[in-house]
Design a protein around this ligand. Sequence first.
Ligand SMILES: N[C@@H](CCC(=O)N[C@@H](CSC=O)C(=O)NCC(=O)O)C(=O)O
Length: 283
Amino acid sequence: MTVPLTLLSEHRCFGGTTAFYKHASEACGGEMRFGVYVPPQAATRKVPVLYYLAGLTCTEETFLMKGGAQRVAAELGLMLVAPDTSPRGAGFPGETDSWDFGVGAGFYVDATQAPWSSRYRMFTYVTKELPELVGAHLPARMDREGLFGHSMGGHGALVCALRQPGRYRSVSAFAPISAPMQSPWGHKAFGGYLGPDQEKWREWDASELMRKQRAPLPPLLVDQGTKDKFLTEQLRPELFQDACAAAGQSLTLRKQEGYDHGYYFVSTFMEDHLRHHAATLNA
Ligand SMILES: N[C@@H](CCC(=O)N[C@@H](CSC=O)C(=O)NCC(=O)O)C(=O)O
């Protein structure tokens, strides 16, 4: 049975529509929300779909309000799908105590530790349940999926692609957390969601997965600001760059001089990323 979507708001935008929906989620055991941009081309044909995974503290609205993506997505005929960053309202102890764990910080993993394992299953949500809903309700070409994201979501995009070789035709990231096993954010999230056994963490760490990958991903584009306050302690792109070199993975890592971590940086390079995705999604 197809799960119904409830339309929360709808806005005309660059000849297409930006809209927000909520729905019952089996993966996350409650209500989830997502945003979508449907470009004008979708009035007459199905269009490729590009998922964007946002970072810590973000919601389904952040990217569509601050990313500056819709004008170019309208030109390129790309549907943009932006899920929320975690379940909300589960009521677990500590769920809202900090901004880098729990609500707004699902890390796109399937938690294995109680109580998180009953609701915090963001990997299954963004790779299975949400695409099924998109395919059922929206004019999306489900044989042409791309994936990108920012920070926690940049890492989520890399991990989702690495865990499903061949699934996504295009992948990119803005300032991703590149090796969470080597970062305080990663230790906090993985310890809480996956438990103390660090061997289990390797299955959710982009640099660890890259070192073990058997089939290359599509050429990767990563942008990183040089004035990003999280760069040296949390993001560590050089570790992912080393892993790509060891695996023979094509990676374009661009150091953007003077840019910080926020959406002024993300929106500046959004057009480059959309064109990177369109080159394969529209081929
Ligand atoms: N509250 C924090 C800052 C949180 C933050 O910078 N979040 C980033 C993602 S960080 C990694 O995933 C973000 O995208 N924020 C949304 C925005 O609109 O900028 C602090 O106090 O430092």
